[in-house]
Design a protein around this ligand. Structure first.
Ligand code: ZN
Length: 271
């Protein structure tokens, strides 16, 4: 859903990550996978998983994404009351934006790993290895990405006090029945979400196709500027790979349709 209410759909398969627009309006892409819709806002993705029993939202982008989420629900013919849960891949501010509002206004559970409970409650106190300023100076391509994030509320994300806990291997009792794939490193409680019956893996920021801190567009772990432990993040790629999912839907960047094994192979290449 763009600002003027347009809905774009029908994303064509492409051998590499598709080019992204640098803009702060939202874009809904319907059916990026079977009954899965992508809502991109300022270079961050959230997803809507549809099932007979309702809708699960994966990640919460920014505060200003809320109105786009409402438009996206209406575009797919769903009511807010049909949203049963929000599931967070991790607790960083750029995936947490409307989480508190959804919990309070809709009374839905917000699932997350307890390893990220502290950062979800205090979104601006997270661990990272490298100076963000030094990284940005080396990668000026990232500046428009981060500027767009700030424009849509990245610096005013309220924390979430209570998470519904999820653990590795859990099958969440929410629409779509996502399986939890613990994949720490980017944050210490990071989890990917796997829909085995649809061969879809939501990788969160354990593997992205756009690194918001460098502007690079290919499957990769996120720069040390935003990652708690890169060695751990690299070792968690094995857990993603083990799902053998066909469609990879990351927290930043375009869908990857060549399978998680190929995405992980690219992410492991030394640079
Ligand atoms: Zn992120």
């Amino acid at each position: 859903v763009t600002e003027n209410g347009d809905v774009e759909s029908g994303e064509a398969p492409h051998p590499v990550a598709e080019a992204r627009p640098r803009r702060t309006d939202g874009r809904l892409t319907r059916e990026v996978a079977d009954r899965v819709h992508r809502l991109e806002h300022a270079h961050v993705n959230c997803y809507l998983i549809e099932h007979d029993d309702g809708v699960t939202v994966v990640d919460a982008a920014f505060p200003d994404t809320w109105s786009l989420l409402l438009k996206a629900l209406s575009a797919i013919g769903r009511e807010p009351a049909e949203v049963a849960a929000l599931v967070l891949t991790h607790g960083h501010f750029d995936h947490l934006g409307f989480a508190r509002r959804a919990a309070r206004q809709w009374g839905i559970p917000v699932y997350g790993h307890l390893g990220d409970e502290h950062i979800a409650a205090h979104p601006y106190r997270y661990a990272h290895e490298r100076s963000r300023l030094a990284t940005l100076l080396q990668h000026p391509n990232a500046l428009p990405v981060l500027g767009a994030m700030v424009a849509v509320g990245a610096l005013r994300v309220p924390g979430v006090e209570v998470l519904s806990p999820m653990l590795d291997g859990d099958v969440l009792d929410v629409p779509g029945r996502p399986h939890v794939v613990f994949s720490p490193g980017h944050t210490l409680g990071h989890c990917a979400l796997h829909l085995p019956d649809r061969s879809v893996l939501f990788t969160g920021d354990a593997l992205v196709t756009l690194d918001p801190y460098t502007g690079e567009e290919h499957p990769t772990i996120v720069s040390g500027a935003a990652t708690a432990n890169s060695v751990l993040a690299r070792s968690s790629l094995a857990a993603l790979e083990a799902t053998d999912a066909a469609t990879v839907l990351p927290g930043h960047g375009a869908p990857w349709r060549q399978g998680i094994r190929e995405a992980v192979a690219v992410a492991r290449r030394p640079r």
